[in-house]
Design a binder for this molecule. Structure first.
Ligand SMILES: Cc1cc2nc3c(=O)[nH]c(=O)nc-3n(C[C@H](O)[C@H](O)[C@H](O)COP(=O)(O)O)c2cc1C
Length: 234
């Protein structure tokens, strides 16, 4: 069994009448999935385009419902948490999570942040215990792998890069990925979109190649892990 949860966050479609308007991050993520499928079938593929269909922002009522013990929730509170429950169930089911995201104003799109706000839930994706001292929050899920596919107009957001101090997309995703139960993170970045020069073309090319190599490697790893184990016959 392989279950993949794929979250796209760009407000741009993957394919537009003018291809210059196509989302780069969505197309690299698509290439990752296609490269995977050439190796192995995906048993369960869960897809969400939060860029085009953003989850609603959380509210005071949402928070009240989330902090009310499950057995005590009113029908209205259960309904308020319905989408959050569904989004969390998708994370629980997934072994591999792919998040493709543009950089907007040096961080993640509000639409993707809205998704994270919906899935960061007490007693669901984290628990809270003051006896743990200064770090009372602990994730409840584990064992998952995350692939982050990002696209930016400028460049140099990596460690040691000329814009490292302005880099709030990938570092933020690393921090909040604890709610996804992620143990391993891989990154694929396309840069220079605003320069539309050779550096951009090379960066996109490199990102596509990396997506393909990573899809091949991870598909083999996951399918090997999930192979039925040979049972020794005494
Ligand atoms: C609203 C908006 C804000 C952006 N902010 C940044 C930014 O802060 N830094 C940057 O390098 N590029 C920025 N860009 C450029 C995008 O990151 C770039 O176009 C990227 O390729 C978009 O991803 P997509 O091609 O998947 O849609 C911004 C673009 C938009 C539309």
């Amino acid at each position: 069994m392989s279950t993949i949860l794929h979250i796209d966050a760009s407000i741009r479609a993957a394919n537009n009448p003018n291809p210059n308007h196509n989302s780069i991050s969505k197309n690299i993520a698509h290439h990752f999935i296609q490269s995977w499928k050439k190796q192995f079938a995906i048993d369960e593929y869960i897809y969400r385009d939060v860029g085009m269909n953003p989850p609603p922002f959380i509210t005071q009522e949402w928070m009240g419902a989330a902090f009310t013990p499950e057995q005590k929730r009113s029908a209205e509170q259960q309904q308020i948490l319905g989408l959050s429950d569904q989004l969390i169930a998708e994370i629980v089911a997934a072994e591999l999570i792919i998040i493709s995201s543009p950089m907007y104003n040096y961080g993640m799109p509000a639409q993707l942040k809205a998704w994270f706000d919906q899935i960061a839930r007490v007693n669901k994706t984290f628990d809270f215990d003051l006896s743990r001292g200064d770090f009372p929050l602990q994730p409840t899920l584990s064992g998952k792998t995350l692939v982050i596919i990002s696209s930016s107009g400028e460049f140099g957001f990596e460690k040691g890069g000329i814009r490292e101090q302005m880099s709030h997309l990938v570092p933020h995703l690393h921090t909040v990925s604890k709610y996804l139960g992620v143990d391993k993170i891989y990154e694929i970045a396309s840069e220079y979109q605003e320069f539309a020069d050779d550096r951009h073309r090379q960066s996109v090319e490199h990102a596509y190649a990396k997506a393909e190599q990573l899809a091949i490697a991870l598909s083999h790893e996951l399918n090997h892990l999930n192979e039925p184990k040979a049972v020794a016959i005494p």
